[in-house]
Design a protein around this ligand. Sequence first.
Ligand SMILES: Cc1cc2nc3c(=O)[nH]c(=O)nc-3n(C[C@H](O)[C@H](O)[C@H](O)COP(=O)(O)OP(=O)(O)OC[C@H]3O[C@@H](n4cnc5c(N)ncnc54)[C@H](O)[C@@H]3O)c2cc1C
Length: 424
Amino acid sequence: MRKSDPVSIWDITAAETEPNQTSAVGGKVDVAIVGGGFTGLSTALHCAEKGLSCHVIEANHIGFGGSGRNVGLVNAAAWLPPQDILKILGEDYGNRFINRFSSAPEYVFSLIEKHQIQCNPTRTGTIHAADGPDGLDDLIARKAAWDRLGEPVDLLSRDEAASHIGSTAFYGALLDHRAGTINPMGYCRGLARAALAAGALISTGTTVKELKHEAGLWQVVTNKGALMARHVILGTNAYTDELWPGLKHSFTMIHYFQLATSRMSDRIKHILPYRQGLWDTGKIMLSLRRDHTDRLIIGSMGHLMGSHHGGVSYRWAQKQLDRIFPDLGPVMFDEAWNGQIAMTPDHLPYIYKLADNLFTPIGFNGRGITTGTVFGQALAGLLTGDCATTLPIPVSTMRRVRSAPVMSRFYKLAFAANQWIKSF
Ligand SMILES: Cc1cc2nc3c(=O)[nH]c(=O)nc-3n(C[C@H](O)[C@H](O)[C@H](O)COP(=O)(O)OP(=O)(O)OC[C@H]3O[C@@H](n4cnc5c(N)ncnc54)[C@H](O)[C@@H]3O)c2cc1C
């Protein structure tokens, strides 16, 4: 049994338990997968279902990375509005990407249903709330683009937004009916259970130290032995270490912190009454959820500063809840945590081909539940003969983001200053 501290409230509240089997490392498989998050586990599940032998190797435990720490918003499409995606990817890939990711929440919920994953799914949509007049203009433009594509996204007036959120703090909102929420750790553990049932092997507490290409096979060297694989998928994303030279510098790493209140039952029944997850249009985004245990979970970009007992993040969270819900009064927090997010310069996710038979989906820009699931499915297709042109995004070669280390430091300082200023 795992002895490490919980990485998030989801680690504690997920009804889906952590699979307790861990395989010895050795032998030969079709696919070795590094990382036990949504990407690695979805790849394993889909590969195993297609008859490939596969082995997931995770340095810590299932859901240790972003997958067990996130907000749990099962968002449709991408961080960027559809018109921007078309501009970057062009008509062909742009439309394919938009279609695949518009239906991606549906696919995630279908896996939850198929494998009976206990992760408290809600399918009442998500709310993108305007934090000011500029934010509302942005939402109006997004609504027009979704209307052109015939997608079920509503623009809520200020009053309508207030009744959905339980607060008059927002100027209006988009209600995206395609989306929903989950307990992300529950989903991640459920994917692991389903992958194991389909025949995949999983080793936790095992770090991949080196990848060597020999006679058409990859030797995957770990701290607990080595195995041979025809293909390797790196599902390490924002938790990428030094394993593949330069990969860490292909994205800008930012942090996102969250605090979960204690259970509040009737006291918050007017807040997010339909339990949609919310994020706002602020440049330094804020997120808010009321989960199935009637906790409020509030977060924003940046490191956790302090703990759930006190400190800058604690004061920030109290202050924001006061601002948004002036009648709520002081609250107690049960958990506080943060996680790492991989941002790309154009805010699109990538699938890089790093070498022969070695791929990595990376840079999900805070949209990993659907992206990791869909990319895992797409890679399983690629490895079993699908043409690369059927992928949701073209496979490309790794691009180093020269400004990444500087930008990461800049964001760290800017987010810390923002948190500190807003904590008074
Ligand atoms: C705080 C936060 C909030 C977010 N909110 C949302 C949200 O609401 N909705 C959404 O869709 N997305 C959200 N995201 C993004 C989403 O969580 C990530 O995009 C997603 O989890 C990435 O999944 P992954 O499987 O690719 O990587 P991860 O889940 O990060 O897993 C990578 C794993 O690789 C392992 N690893 C790294 N190196 C090695 C090695 N050498 N050997 C073995 N193992 C290794 C790590 O231990 C880690 O477990 C959020 C992210 C954060 C951090």
